[in-house]
Design a protein around this ligand. Structure first.
Ligand SMILES: Cc1ncc(COP(=O)(O)O)c(C=O)c1O
Length: 448
């Protein structure tokens, strides 16, 4: 009678709880099968896989891992570890992991104040994602011509700057670095933000300083195609806490990362309508390791390129790519400009016959979103076709004549970090052999 009364009574009034325990014990949402699916993705042998399965099935998985940055159950989530590793590697005060280089750029432009009616100066050669991210932030990309390094020409910047300009967006293309000293000087003179696109040159240096740490925002892609690459990943470095706040917010639903996630803005300009570029724990686990290997990887590339170019001759008809910092170049491409498109084609053909991998567009290449006039989406309605603020931004060939010319003529030789000294010697011999036949020795040496 007494007991019955107790079960009838509300728990709030001292009665027994209706639910004292849950009996149902399911399997972890993510457990051995998912773990094995990952192991299979590493293409291990059946023998290795069955040994791994046998071992992990004996473990108590509990509720299994929770694969999100927040509530990961770890003292330091893998995303936090990746961000810490990035801060240590770059000596940067703030780092935010995101799921792509494009996401990193979009967040950075939005945080830099890019919005409708504002312009960002992008290099004529780089990759479409930089300009696209400006458009996604509501702004307008304006293209700046390049110099013989194929990077943004600091001398071409000032005529493009007007009252609508918010930021400069130098891209460090294909392993070479921009002249950050001169670009920063222009930015400072005009009070502009700088968003560096380091996707193709992670761990490159200018004047001894790692790229990505010059500007207000350093953006990286850690996608599988990059030197330091996982699957699909991105990174933003900032110098200021407020910039970090804002990129965090934009990458994360508008500001959900904050201690009180749904609170109104804590200072003017903190909250902007956001996206979801959150990084996954699985990607971060891989990319944190990749970052620790970055300097060694780049050192191998640099050494290989140096071994090859130190053996090359100088030729009247060949201009080696200008390098603003020979020691800071990543070294994963060796590039030069033959004096004509036709000569470039013949040199490439001869190099390939020698067993030296080389390519050139040769005047009749395919559409290619690494140069401004082929970035077709920018011309459409969803791009900037509707914006008439700047007549220069037609995105048609001819606006950046140096880029137009060099992009057609350049000869590219991909470097491999694992070349041995003998490989480097053979490749250098092959290049000299071909250039000696097709060109004439230069009277004064030209630095490679
Ligand atoms: C210069 C440059 N910027 C941005 C990106 C975009 O990076 P993601 O593919 O990670 O979005 C790339 C990718 O190729 C790139 O080369």
């Amino acid at each position: 009678m007494n007991k019955e009364r107790t079960t009838q009574q509300l728990a709030l009034q001292g009665g027994m709880k209706a639910v004292s325990a849950i009996e149902g014990k399911g399997k972890p949402k993510i457990g051995a099968d998912e773990f094995m699916a990952l192991a299979e993705r590493f293409c291990l042998s059946d023998t290795a896989l069955s040994k791994i399965r046998e071992a992990v099935e004996q473990e108590d998985w509990g509720s299994g891992p929770f694969l999100a940055n927040y509530y990961s159950g770890l003292e330091e989530s893998r995303v936090q570890k990746y961000e810490r590793t990035a801060r240590e590697l770059f000596g940067s005060s703030y780092a935010v992991g995101v799921n792509s280089g494009t996401g990193a750029l979009h967040c950075s432009f939005a945080a830099a104040g890019v919005k409708p009616g504002k312009e960002v100066i992008c290099p004529a050669i780089g990759f479409y994602a930089t300009a696209a991210a400006v458009v996604m932030a509501g702004g307008m990309p304006v293209f700046c011509d390049v110099d013989e390094s194929l990077t943004m020409d600091p001398d071409a910047l000032e005529p493009l700057i007007n009252e609508r300009t918010v930021a400069l967006a130098p891209t460090h293309p294909m392993g070479v670095v921009c002249n950050m000293g001169r670009i920063m000087a222009v930015a400072e003179k005009h009070g502009l933000k700088v968003v560096e696109d380091c996707a193709q040159a992670c761990c490159g240096r200018f004047d001894g300083q790692l790229i990505g740490t010059f500007g207000d925002f350093g953006c990286f892609s850690i996608s599988a195609y990059k030197i330091v690459g996982g699957g699909e990943g991105g990174l933003i470095l900032t110098k200021k806490e407020r910039d970090w706040d804002r990129v965090n917010g934009i990458s994360e639903g508008g500001g959900l990362w904050r201690p009180t996630r749904f609170a109104p803005e804590r200072y003017e300009g903190e909250l902007l309508v956001g996206t979801n570029y959150r990084m996954s724990e699985l990607e971060a686990a891989v990319d944190a390791v990749q970052l620790t290997k970055a300097e060694a990887t780049v050192a191998r590339f640099r050494n290989v390129k140096q071994q090859i170019i130190s053996q090359l001759g100088s030729f009247k008809e060949i201009t080696p790519q200008l390098r603003h910092d020979t020691a800071g170049d990543i070294g994963y491409q060796l590039r030069f400009f033959p004096e004509s498109v036709d000569l470039g084609k013949r040199i490439c053909e001869a190099l390939q016959a020698e067993g030296v991998g080389a390519s050139t567009r040769g005047g009749a290449g395919r559409d290619d979103w690494h140069i401004y006039h082929y970035m077709h989406p920018l011309k459409g309605d969803i791009g900037c076709g509707c914006y008439t603020g700047n007549a220069q931004a037609t995105y048609e060939k001819g606006a950046c004549p140096v880029a137009d010319d060099l992009f057609e003529r350049v000869v590219n030789l991909g470097m491999n970090q694992w070349y041995t000294q003998a490989d480097c010697d053979h490749i250098a011999t092959g290049i000299n052999k071909v250039l000696n036949v097709y060109c004439t020795p230069a009277k004064t040496p030209k630095p490679w």
